[in-house]
Structures are given as C-alpha cells and as structure tokens.
Design a protein around this ligand. Structure first.
Ligand SMILES: Cc1cc2nc3c(=O)[nH]c(=O)nc-3n(C[C@H](O)[C@H](O)[C@H](O)COP(=O)(O)O)c2cc1C
Length: 140
C-alpha cells in the first residue's frame, strides 16, 4: 500500500455556520475511520486548509468526493507526497477552529498577516497545520 499525504486549500463564498462544520466533521469521522484516513482541517478567513493521509486510492477518492461539495469551491492541491508515517494519526479529522489561527503563526509561515493558503507553498501549509494541531485540535 502506498501511504500518501494530500494538502489542499479551498474557498468559502458565504458565511459558514457552525452546523456546516459539524456536518463535515460528523461525515468525516464516520467515513474516514472506515477508510483508515486521518488528517486535519483548518477553517479561517473563509479558507479551508485540509490535510488527508491514507492509502493513495482512498485519499484520491475522498478528495474527488470532497471536491463536489457545494460548501466550498476553487479547491487547489498544494502538496501531494508519498510518506512513511502519518502526522495526524490520532485524528480521523482533527478540526482547528478560526480562533486558533493566530496572526503570529500565520506570519511565521506565510510572511503575511492574513491567512491565505493560496499564497503559501505547500510545505509551509503543511507545517502550519502541524503547528496549529500542536496548539489544540478537536477530535471529529
Ligand atoms: C472542506 C471540506 C472537508 C471535508 N472533509 C471530509 C473528510 O475528510 N471526510 C469525509 O468523509 N467528508 C468530508 N467532507 C464532506 C464531504 O464533502 C461529504 O459531504 C460527506 O463525505 C458526505 O457525503 P455523502 O453525502 O455522499 O455521504 C468535507 C467537506 C468539506 C467542504
């Protein structure tokens, strides 16, 4: 089995409700556990940044499924790598809420004050997710 990590970002064009996030996390918990997919999802400044880890075929299938979700658009893959081990293996989908996405961390990893993953390298996005996850993450 090829273990891979896929990091992508997408945009939200409307005011996302807490119920939307909860619905995404509930679906993630159920589906990702079944497929042995782990990862982290960050939402801030109307951007999603998500890391998916698991078997190549399962992660690809899930990404294409998520792409069709009307709650976001303009998705772009920022990083796709074969990996030896998972970074987020404790979480079927760990959630990092906007309150944790501080200006200090954003400027450390992006050099800018506002969170905009499209302007960041894939590696910086991955490292930012790791740093955010170490601050506190909500199990989905
Ligand atoms: C940004 C974002 C991330 C998502 N992440 C996942 C995920 O990791 N796993 C998952 O099963 N669904 C995820 N979803 C939800 C799926 O798009 C979909 O709504 C859910 O899997 C239920 O699909 P179904 O209605 O075909 O059963 C995500 C949706 C969005 C907008």
């Amino acid at each position: 089995m090829h273990l891979i990590r896929l990091v992508y970002a997408s945009k939200v064009e409307y005011d996302l409700e807490e119920a939307d996030i909860n619905a995404i996390l509930n679906a993630s918990k159920q589906n990702n556990l079944e497929k042995n997919i782990t990862g982290a999802l960050c939402y801030s400044n109307r951007f999603f940044l998500q890391c998916l880890e698991g078997s190549r075929l399962d992660v690809n299938a899930l990404y294409h499924h998520i792409l069709a979700d009307g709650r976001h658009s303009q998705s772009a893959i920022l990083q796709y790598s074969e990996i030896d081990q998972r970074e987020f293996d404790d979480w079927s989908m760990g959630y990092i809420p906007p309150a944790l996405v501080s200006g200090q961390l954003i400027s450390k990893f992006s050099g800018k004050a506002d969170f905009d993953p499209y302007s960041m390298s894939g590696e910086s996005c991955y490292l930012l997710l790791k740093a955010l996850a170490s601050l506190g993450i909500t199990e989905s």
